[in-house]
Design a protein around this ligand. Structure first.
Ligand SMILES: [Zn+2]
Ligand SMILES: [Zn+2]
Length: 277
């Protein structure tokens, strides 16, 4: 039996506003679990999560590089460590995003939609007017979300699209259990755009360890991506603390195999490498 390489390519550290542990500790936790490869992807949300206003200080590049060096000297001989970024709002401000990426020179860029242009993160939404107030309104917001995915697919510079279905988690928190099945034809078209541009998606396992209970995207959307010809796919726990590092990655491997993938992808210097599942 061949052994599966365990890789977690969505990890936050103290370099993210909501991270709980330094990179060194996150790397140590992954190494102790037997992971061979991880990629740090701290937040760089060009728009502030609470206000939706442009945030010029969304990334402390000096701290990011210093913390990564510290993690590499502590654990670099036990586990392969990469430095990426989770870019939010890259489609709204492509020039600003471009300058950050040029300066950082990351291994992997996850392109995420956490909000609509100029608006707060979906995490901040509640059952307020214009937000997740009814199933009908939620469907409308999901339609707008899918259109926003298109915008970043066309405009932003990234390697994999982050956690497709992100608003569903907060829609469920407000009591509506919904999915993206109404938007399959739009998602098929989105996947064609991504594939044409040589980009992929990620399978994000964060929802498996909270009240959402599902991966992002879910298995049916994963199958849709595979059927559309999608091959580039990373897996990530989206861990913000030491105990979540690597969580759900084995399950994600099973889901990929079930959906017909034979390989998953790791990124180094923004180049995809295919690893047999
Ligand atoms: Zn995210
Ligand atoms: Zn994240």
């Amino acid at each position: 039996m061949e052994s599966i390489i365990l890789a977690d390519q969505h990890i936050h550290s103290l370099c993210s506003g909501d991270g709980q542990a330094p990179m060194k500790d996150m790397a140590g936790a992954a190494a102790e679990l037997g992971f061979e490869h991880i990629c740090f992807t701290d937040h760089c949300d060009l728009e502030h999560y609470a206000t939706g206003k442009y945030d010029p200080d969304c990334l402390d590049m000096g701290k990011l590089l210093a913390d990564f060096d510290e993690a590499a000297s502590a654990w670099g001989d036990k586990i392969s460590l990469c430095l990426g970024i989770e870019l939010g709002g890259g489609g709204h401000m492509p020039d600003r995003a471009g300058r950050i990426l040029e300066e950082l020179n990351p291994d992997l860029v996850i392109g995420s939609v956490h909000s609509f242009p100029g608006e707060p993160d979906f995490y901040m939404y509640g059952r307020r007017p214009g937000q997740f107030e009814s199933e009908e309104k939620c469907r409308e917001i999901l339609g707008q979300y899918v259109r926003e995915l298109f915008n970043i697919a066309k405009l932003a510079d990234f390697d994999v699209m982050g956690h497709i279905g992100y608003p569903l988690r907060y829609i469920k928190r407000e009591g509506f259990d919904m999915d993206l099945s109404d938007f399959k034809s739009q998602l098929e078209e989105l996947f064609r755009v991504l594939i044409e541009k040589g980009r992929g998606i990620e399978l994000n396992t964060a929802g498996l360890r909270n009240e959402f209970g599902r991966t992002m995207p879910s298995q049916d959307i994963l199958r849709l991506y595979r059927k559309a010809g999608g091959e580039i796919i990373t897996m990530g726990s989206d861990a913000h603390d030491v105990k979540s590092v690597g969580a759900g990655i084995q399950e994600a491997c099973r889901m990929l195999k079930d959906a017909g993938f034979r390989y998953f992808t790791i990124f180094r210097e923004r180049k995809p490498e295919f690893i047999r599942l």
